[in-house]
Design a protein around this ligand. Structure first.
Ligand code: UDP
Length: 218
């Protein structure tokens, strides 16, 4: 009888950071039977950190009752393309969550997200699909986060902030809190530079840096 197969798509920095969390989440049996693998479109060694490295075609060819994939690649558009490939092949989205991540009350989270160690999501939060929250990031109360949003390590997202799809928030950025009637908004595809202090709305597609964060000069 075939059993489920689990893949971390991406065997570079992001994927290698997520694999140990996946291992802990699934437990010894899955790991011992080699059913937790890396998938990558680039050729590489036979194994990476003890796990088989497969092409996507090889992953699809292995016998399995069900296939689960967590896409662990920071680039959100790349992530979306791979998710579309997986969906077309009936591969199921899979979320990986560090054992010490803290998720409080009334938090809804979409499919395929990654919550790294020391991430905290407080209460009354809506999060879309394939969100990445890297090490030590937090999301405070009443935030709304779209699909394919990426937080680098140490992002401080305070209360009543709305972040639209595909936004990227750099390491250590701080986002000022909004108010219930007037959330602070970060538009779709916006990029917030590392260490930026965001005090006001960021339009879709804008790149902002500094303290206070301002559009980057072209
Ligand atoms: N990759 C892939 N298919 C794609 C795009 C990227 O398999 O369509 C892989 C790529 O070969 C690399 C990883 O995803 O191994 C991305 O690594 P990178 O260092 O660029 O980003 P990170 O791991 O930091 O997200």
């Amino acid at each position: 009888m075939s059993r489920p197969l689990y893949g971390i798509f991406g065997a570079s920095g992001c994927g290698r950071g997520v694999m140990p969390l996946a291992r802990e989440q699934l437990g010894e049996e899955t790991v011992a039977t080699d059913r937790l693998v890396f998938i990558d479109d680039a050729a590489g060694p036979e194994r990476v950190n003890g796990h088989r490295l497969l092409s996507y075609a090889a992953f699809l060819a292995l016998p399995a009752s069900e296939r689960f994939v967590c896409v662990a690649i920071a680039g959100s558009l790349v992530r979306q393309n791979i998710v579309a490939r997986c969906e077309a092949d009936g591969v199921l989205p899979w979320s990986v969550c560090a054992a010490n991540a803290v998720v409080m009350d009334d938090v809804s989270i979409g499919d395929g997200v990654i919550l790294c160690p020391f991430v905290t999501l407080t209460s009354n939060i809506r999060i879309g699909r394939h969100f990445h929250a890297n090490l030590y990031s937090y999301v405070e109360h009443d935030c709304v986060i779209g699909d394919y949003v990426t937080f680098a390590p140490g992002v401080k997202c305070n209360g009543n902030v709305w972040i639209d799809d595909h936004a990227y928030i750099g390491a250590g950025a701080v986002i000022r809190q909004g108010t219930p009637g007037l959330p602070l908004k970060i538009g779709a595809g916006a990029v917030v530079g590392m260490g930026a202090v965001v005090t006001r709305e960021v339009p879709p597609g804008a790149v902002v840096v500094g303290n206070p964060a301002r559009p980057m000069k072209k």
